[in-house]
Ligand binder design. Sequence first.
Ligand SMILES: Nc1ncnc2c1ncn2[C@@H]1O[C@H](COP(=O)(O)OP(=O)(O)OP(=O)(O)O)[C@@H](O)[C@H]1O
Ligand SMILES: Nc1ccn([C@@H]2O[C@H](COP(=O)(O)O)[C@@H](O)[C@H]2O)c(=O)n1
Length: 233
Amino acid sequence: MSKALVIAIDGPSGTGKSSVSKAVASRLGVSYLDTGAMYRALAWSCVDAQIDLDDAAAVAEHCRTFDLRMGMDPTAPSVGVGDRLIDAEIREDAVTSVVSKVATNLDVRANLKQRQRDLIADGAARTGGCVAEGRDITTVVAPDAPVRILMTASEEARMSRRSRQLKVAAESTRAQIVDRDRTDSTVSQFTTAADGVVTVDTSHINFRQSVDAVLQVVQEVIDGDPGLSTSAG
Ligand SMILES: Nc1ncnc2c1ncn2[C@@H]1O[C@H](COP(=O)(O)OP(=O)(O)OP(=O)(O)O)[C@@H](O)[C@H]1O
Ligand SMILES: Nc1ccn([C@@H]2O[C@H](COP(=O)(O)O)[C@@H](O)[C@H]2O)c(=O)n1
């Protein structure tokens, strides 16, 4: 019987995790889970419900009950709370600047970890595999995933990519990238590879080469484990 091809990808902000993971999942014909979007959705939902983000107990209680809906098709991923789609809202500065507050709440992390495990299992059951990306997927959410990758890139490369993406000066992205990573690293370890995790440094390669580098790691794992397969072959 073939095993589900779960691919866990972690890394700091702006290394290319989301865009590369989506492309890899599309190429392999498997599901895609953006776990950062789940933390962003919670932050958005707390603000929408006028919950004080410094009130850890209230945020954790809201997390336990909010109706988060993740669409895991890599060609059209989506994030909703109840019937409302919030893909655009969760990318706004108002959410990016506060998301670490909810992500450093340990009760929130415990709840979202379980939801993420369930989503990965459901997605893999539907499509034969799942690419899940974030900050603690290789270490906490799916430490037993057959493929585990840490995606890295120099601070300079990450700032320049983010500045191109947001059409702002590179220097103005430093605070957002560096400060957010600093806060996030207080609860997750995503700057150095844990045992058994393969590092893919994207500093000096372009987007297509980064996708190919991840696919190569996946292929090597498949070659070493005949029980693993993908619909793309
Ligand atoms: N190897 C690469 N070379 C150049 N640009 C890249 C590369 N990988 C990704 N990009 C671009 O960099 C930008 C940031 O990538 P992406 O949003 O995927 O990063 P991320 O690691 O998911 O960041 P965050 O964790 O903050 O969401 C995107 O515009 C993406 O197209
Ligand atoms: N596994 C994860 C994923 C994300 N976070 C938190 O969410 C924020 C947004 O993530 P993006 O990937 O969309 O930038 C991130 O800054 C972390 O605070 C997390 O804690 N664990």
